[in-house]
Write a protein that binds this ligand. Structure first.
Ligand code: MF3
Ligand code: CO
Ligand code: CO
Length: 264
């Protein structure tokens, strides 16, 4: 197996940047609708319509028969939650994950959202998960190894007494949805692929409040925590540059992380 990953050009980065901006915009746009009483299916429809208004398409709709334009993962759902008639209630935490295609370029990003006031523990989990993703992104540069990212994330998360999901990982992306490398959110430094300018991939740690193990529901998609503990996730699509990395899916509004109120 080759130790090299696909390399995208400076011109390709323009396409990725444009796709990334639209993907991040969709997550900004949906923020206003994440409220008590709305169903996750309504949120999905709103995303779908906004994606089309930007001349983009959803990469998840029809992907391996996945039925929707977003994944919406509530509370103990780790990832790939299918939007449904479930209404949001006060204290819910949820991840909205979207992958869009613009001019043939894929961008994949997700954030956490909070409905009303959430318990202190849930907020802590969200903060640690966001910090874990950003810590991993901070290590991306030519000459670094994929394993450096996972190791840093795992070490940090363990120090906060949370656990890293091992059944799902980040991935190369660009002209296709899921490509090499696999970006594990745990591991050993100086292992895995060596990064070079032009590599493009996601970092998307899923962090559990309890046990790291997951269980797949009978719908074939929804992954939940084995002990029903809360789970959180953030995801950015990044590209390796000459001296570091570029985050393609930064929020145009600066809403990379949720605002929240803590339940007393
Ligand atoms: N966006 C997810 C990821 O981060 C993949 C979702 S695939 C789907 O890789 F089919 F579940 F939508
Ligand atoms: Co992804
Ligand atoms: Co995603």
């Amino acid at each position: 197996m080759s130790q090299k990953c696909r390399v995208y050009s400076k011109q390709d980065f323009v396409g990725l940047r444009n796709a990334g901006r639209v993907a991040a915009h969709i997550l900004d746009y949906i923020t206003q609708f994440v409220q008590k009483g709305v169903t996750t299916l309504e949120l999905d429809r709103l995303c779908y319509e906004e994606i089309l208004r930007h001349n983009a398409t959803s990469a998840t709709l029809g992907y391996n028969d996945y039925p929707r334009s977003t994944c919406i993962s509530l509370n103990h759902v780790v990832c790939h939650g299918i939007p449904s008639e479930r209404k949001l209630i006060n204290g819910d935490i949820l991840n909205i994950d979207i992958t869009i295609i613009l001019d043939g370029w894929y961008a994949d990003t997700s954030r956490m959202y909070v409905v009303g006031k959430a318990p202190q523990k849930a907020i802590e989990l969200i903060d640690v998960t966001y910090n874990a993703m950003m810590l991993g992104i901070g290590l991306v540069k030519p000459g670094a190894y994929i394993g450096d990212i996972g190791h840093a994330i795992e070490t940090y998360v363990k120090s906060k007494k949370f656990s890293v999901v091992r059944d799902y990982c980040g991935h190369g992306i660009g002209r296709v949805f899921h490509d090499e490398p696999a970006v594990l959110h745990f591991g050993k430094p100086k292992t895995g692929r060596l990064l070079e300018p032009g590599n493009v991939f996601t970092i998307e740690p899923m962090i559990n409040a309890g046990d790291y193990r997951t269980k797949l529901l009978s719908d074939g998609w929804t992954a939940i925590t084995i002990d029903r503990s809360l789970s959180a996730q953030f995801e950015h699509t990044v590209g390796v540059t000459e001296d570091g990395c570029e985050i393609f899916t930064i929020s145009p509004n600066g809403w990379n992380k949720p605002f929240y109120e803590i339940a007393k």
